[in-house]
Design a protein around this ligand. Structure first.
Ligand code: S3P
Length: 173
């Protein structure tokens, strides 16, 4: 990382299962920085899992929590911040994310996403779907332009080990 990036946060965005959480932890380790996992923090603050929040209060309530949480991040420095996959669904979130730090979009294809989330029951938006591949494809089509609009840097993650993804990020930043 160049000196010019000192103190700047790195914000990771991308679809569910693209590798945000693993990349965040590895990046934080390599840069010796602390990380903030938004879903984790929201779960802690609410005393519920994301699935429980969706079930008990609905998606809009969760989205409000995300927006409120983001609004409190502006004074953070030198953090790696992992966002939930839906963070780009609100324009005001996109504006805040861009202000918080340099935004890295982890871009994954449907096959990679499917492989990472298929045995996972933590994602309420992909539960109870008969054709999960179709659901991911549709959601990705809608969200991809929003991730691209928000990103400063785009890194392909499909089929790559976490270490290589982190190497690539460090080369670019
Ligand atoms: C969501 C992604 C999840 C979590 C919630 C909604 C989404 O985070 O915030 O289930 O809308 O894409 P991950 O991207 O970390 O799975």
């Amino acid at each position: 990382m160049s000196d010019g990036n000192k103190g700047e946060n790195i914000v990771l965005i991308g679809f569910m299962g693209c590798g945000k959480t693993s990349v965040t932890k590895e990046l934080a380790k390599r840069l010796n920085l602390n990380y903030i996992d938004m879903d984790e923090k929201i779960e802690k603050a609410e005393g519920k899992t994301v699935s429980e929040i969706f079930k008990d209060h609905g998606e809009a309530y969760f989205r409000d929590l995300e927006t409120t949480f983001l609004s409190k991040l502006e004074n953070q420095k030198s953090k790696i911040i992992s966002t939930g996959g839906g963070i780009i669904l609100r324009d005001e979130n996109i504006e805040m994310v861009k202000k918080i730090g340099i935004v890295v979009f982890l871009q994954a294809d449907v096959a990679h996403i499917l492989k990472n989330i298929k045995d996972d029951h933590k994602r309420p938006l992909l539960q109870d779907e008969e054709d999960i591949e179709k659901k991911i494809t549709t959601m990705l089509e809608l969200r991809e332009p929003l991730y691209l609009r928000t990103a400063n840097v785009i890194i392909q993650t499909s089929g790559k080990p976490i270490k290589n993804i982190v190497d690539e990020i460090l080369e670019i930043l």
